[in-house]
Design a protein around this ligand. Structure first.
Ligand SMILES: Nc1ncnc2c1ncn2[C@@H]1O[C@H](COP(=O)(O)OP(=O)(O)O)[C@@H](O)[C@H]1O
Ligand SMILES: [Mg+2]
Length: 252
């Protein structure tokens, strides 16, 4: 296991304060808080249906929060205009739950897609081929450019999805259940890959998971999302030693 980094003194790159989101009578988030520091791997764990994906969707603007504040690199995203928001978004990579590759596009086309969407971040003379090749090399899948997603295994799809996230060189990566649906060995490979990426690019990562092995290996800090709030915050060691039954339930 790699040494955990000493994070809390680093700059805050992402901050959520008092986030609330309900769907009718379903009060999913009831005042959720979190801080992600530069270079940190922050793991958020919560039961299925506890609001993890809702939280991350509010973060990237796929859902509108009812109230609360969300700051990315000190910018309150609720106060930015569209253009400023787009520029900021290019710094945030989002690996969706599942791989969400475009089935009708080749691997190369899948990787080129974000480059086209965020043109302002890439000068026109940037060699797209080179960026695609580098991104694939980073995930150990050079030579897959012309394959279709249907020709890839589950683990390969997840790697390609990560490559597609990395191609914009994001400063922050949001992972929603990066190992779900994978066998334990492939899951471990993906976790190692996430660590390699973190070390190579110095990214800050928010990792949503219910995979306790993933959390143990990768978390600098953890937040347990229970009852719609940041119920417990601490290192894996701290939280796994808790006597609180709600917390203990995660470490069985
Ligand atoms: N777009 C939506 N409309 C209505 N309810 C939703 C929507 N998205 C999520 N929910 C509800 O919010 C709750 C949390 O969902 P989710 O964040 O996906 O859970 P998880 O922690 O497993 O990711 C669930 O009860 C779900 O049914
Ligand atoms: Mg989810």
């Amino acid at each position: 296991m790699m040494d955990k980094k000493n994070i809390p003194n680093q700059e805050i790159v992402l901050e959520i304060k008092d986030l609330r989101k309900s769907f009718g009578d379903n009060h999913v988030l009831n005042g959720f808080n979190m801080q992600l520091h530069q270079g940190e791997n922050l793991v958020i764990m919560g039961k299925s249906g506890s609001g993890k994906s809702v939280m991350i969707k509010c973060l990237v603007g796929l859902l509108e929060a009812d109230s609360g504040s969300i700051s990315v690199m000190k910018n309150d995203i609720t106060k930015l205009d569209q253009e400023a928001l787009d520029i900021l978004r290019a710094d945030i990579g989002f690996l969706f739950q599942g791989s969400a590759l475009y089935d009708s596009m080749t691997v190369r086309e899948n990787l080129e897609f974000p480059l086209r969407r965020h043109k302002q971040k890439n000068s026109l003379d940037t060699d797209i081929n080179e960026l695609v090749a580098e991104a694939l090399e980073n995930v150990g899948l050079a030579n897959t450019q012309d394959l279709m997603p249907s020709e890839l295994s589950g683990g390969m799809k997840r790697r390609i999805a990560l490559a597609r996230t990395l191609i914009l060189k994001p400063k922050i990566i949001l992972y929603d259940e990066p190992t779900s649906g994978l066998d334990p060995i492939t899951a471990k490979e993906i976790i190692m890959l996430m660590q390699e990426v973190q070390q190579k690019y110095g990214t800050s990562s928010l990792i949503i998971t219910h995979d306790i092995d993933c959390a143990r290996v990768i978390a600098d800090q953890m937040i347990l999302l229970i009852d719609g709030i940041d119920y417990a915050v601490g290192t894996f060691q701290e939280l796994s030693a808790s006597k609180d039954p709600k917390i203990k339930a995660f470490f069985k």
